[in-house]
Design a protein around this ligand. Sequence first.
Ligand code: SF4
Length: 85
Amino acid sequence: MFKDANWAKLNYMARVGGMFAEPAKASQCEECGECEEVCPQKLPVSDLLKDVASEMEGPFFNAKIWTVKTFTKFKEWQAFRTGKN
Ligand code: SF4
């Protein structure tokens, strides 16, 4: 779907990483197995999500999200303060 790995990771951060909404990222899987019990394809979902987390999140993922969110809030505050919003 994404030929550019960095673009894919940026999209992952934005869509499920918690940059703009509550996070729904792969590393949140608790390995309960409920989805695997009902999956008609018998996919090893929790194992697949570990692969996704490893590929798309990696080290410092939460720190990156925090940095982007903090910078965004600062820019919003700065725009509000200067009347340029
Ligand atoms: S195993 Fe499936 S249902 Fe359980 S937390 Fe992970 S994704 Fe959700």
